[in-house]
Design a binder for this molecule. Structure first.
Ligand code: NDP
Length: 493
């Protein structure tokens, strides 16, 4: 396992410039920004930010690569080989990527090693497999003016795709956007999060090493309000794939409306975890605790509303408190750490404000609520009991390790509470009744429902939500559909 000092040394070797038009560097740029370690609060690196000149050049180069270049002419099998090469390179260097992700995001070492990196590798492999299987359909028609016709469809790449990613799982979410778009033959321009750009910049160097032709892939680091906004406003971008907050998602949708460009939005959630009286309570407590405390609760699908059958409410609360007390908050590089630091001071302040709102709103803080006495953006795993679904902490996305435990009296009430929410990304059910598992899965409004476990975030399963959680789906065949246009061709015989 890579230790902190070695990870800090590796960070110094990560490229610190944009990569576009087949080269690293800036022509003019818009200054630099610092990347801060959330655990030590020290600067890790300084990165060159891409500005108007770089965005323009990246978009026009991507367009030429598609329209007149080697990338647009490349067949699916060769695209698949290149994507498999990225997967191999990423797998070979996954220890290094995992360490950099821990350093940059503040998450405990085992999480990127067990989840983010294996999932990213699998995502590249999964979409490598799709690249030469983008078949069309042969469709019978009633002919044309008495003459028979042959009609068929072909799938063509959407074009230039801007991928804008957040800081909570930067490698994995970048893979979710890059791999399907490249498999579909699109040219991709990634704007990584300014808070955690390390692994995205390193991934760009692997994509270059894998042999993608210039223009097929670019990375443009910079501030969201500057580089990100320039990219989403650029008329040469055909599709924007965004993961982040609903507020920024709205800006993306407004920008994309000019020219009716395509969008995929993944905007987080307020996901229910429902524990029924017939559940295996120990397994449920373990699963629910992971659901709210993994990745410091900075997870779009975090199960932040914990709905518990009243008959076992106190028992489940007690079990969850025990699980929370077992969480070891600390430096992600220390052995035994199971929860790291929040991403930055702003996020710490946001989570702290919600904890105060929980207390002020009348919920009972049964564990946590404070900050460990040490530097870094740490907060204790926190649970509120005796809460109602109308409280602020039950309605708004906190994006931190704060769970709200709400009692219910019947299956109908559990579904009604779960659905009384502005978000609809995911839900988790804990029950041993197979009929109830199917009934409630159908009744709950969410893009993904998992029963007696967590949504595996498998690259073959569509991922995304509706309501405030966004629109469109990533991954699996849905990821290919989202990056292609279906063209109909009719030949009158
Ligand atoms: P944002 O939605 O602002 O950031 C997500 C990405 O969008 C980042 O790459 C950001 O760039 C970029 N961005 C920001 N503004 C623009 C813009 N005008 N045009 C184009 N791109 C832009 O989230 P924050 O980082 O500000 O986090 C705020 C809250 O969002 C969190 O507390 C959490 O609730 C939620 N969130 C949800 C996530 C999810 O997985 N659904 C992930 C992250 C946050 P940059 O970082 O460089 O500013």
């Amino acid at each position: 396992m890579i230790v902190r000092a070695e990870a800090e040394r590796l960070a110094l070797k990560v490229p610190t410039e944009p990569y576009y038009a087949g080269r690293w560097g800036v022509t003019r740029g818009v200054g630099t920004f610092d990347v801060v370690d959330p655990v030590t609060e020290r600067r890790l690196m300084t990165v060159q930010a891409a500005g108007p000149a770089e965005v323009d050049s990246a978009v026009s180069f991507a367009r030429s690569a598609l329209d007149d270049g080697a990338w647009g002419r490349m067949d699916g099998a060769t695209r698949g080989r290149l994507l498999n090469r990225v997967a191999d390179l990423l797998e070979e260097r996954s220890e290094e990527f995992a360490a950099l992700e821990s350093l940059d995001v503040g998450k405990p070492g085992f999480e990127p090693r067990a989840i983010d990196l294996p999932q990213s590798v699998r995502t590249f492999r999964h979409f490598a497999g799709w690249a030469d299987k983008l078949e069309g359909r042969s469709i019978p028609t009633s002919g044309y003016m008495g003459r028979p016709t042959v009609s068929y469809t072909v799938r063509e790449p959407v074009g230039v795709v801007a991928a804008i990613t957040p800081w909570n799982s930067p490698t994995m979410i970048a893979a979710w956007k890059i791999a399907p778009a490249l498999a579909a033959g699109c040219a991709v321009i990634l704007k990584p999060p300014e808070e955690a750009p390390l692994t995205s910049l390193l991934l760009a160097s692997l994509i270059e090493e894998a042999g993608f032709p210039p223009g097929a892939f670019s990375v443009l680091p910079g501030r969201g309000s500057v580089t990100g906004q320039l990219l989403i406003d650029h008329p040469g971008v055909d599709k924007i794939s965004f993961t982040g907050s609903p507020e920024t998602g709205y800006k993306v949708a407004v920008a994309a409306a000019k020219g009716f460009r395509r969008i995929t939005l993944e905007l987080g959630g307020k996901s229910p975890q429902i524990v029924f009286a017939d559940a295996d309570l120990d397994a449920a407590a373990d699963g629910v605790a992971v659901g709210i405390f993994a990745n410091q609760g900075e997870v779009c699908a975090a199960g932040s509303r914990i709905l518990v059958a009243r008959a076992f409410y106190d028992e489940v609360v007690e079990r969850l408190v025990t699980r929370a007390r077992g969480v070891k908050v600390g430096d992600p590089f220390d052995e035994g750490t199971t929860m790291g630091a929040l991403i930055n001071a702003r996020q710490l302040e946001r989570v702290s404000r919600y904890i105060e709102a929980g207390v002020a709103g009348g919920a009972r803080c049964v564990v946590g609520g404070g900050r460990p006495g040490r530097p870094g953006y740490f907060v204790e795993p926190t649970l509120f009991a005796d809460a109602t679904n109308s409280m602020t902490i039950a309605r708004e996305e906190i994006f931190g390790p704060v769970g709200t435990i709400i009692p219910f009296d019947s299956e109908e009430e559990a579904v009604a509470i779960a659905n009384d929410c502005d978000y609809a990304l995911s839900a988790t059910l804990w029950t041993s009744d197979v009929g109830r598992a199917h009934r409630v899965s159908r009744g709950v409004k969410a893009g993904a429902v998992a029963v007696n476990g967590w949504s595996p975030l498998d690259p073959s399963l569509p991922w995304g939500g509706f309501k405030l959680s966004g629109q469109g789906r990533e991954l699996g065949w849905a990821g290919i559909e989202a990056n292609t246009e279906e063209k109909t061709v009719t030949i009158v015989l």
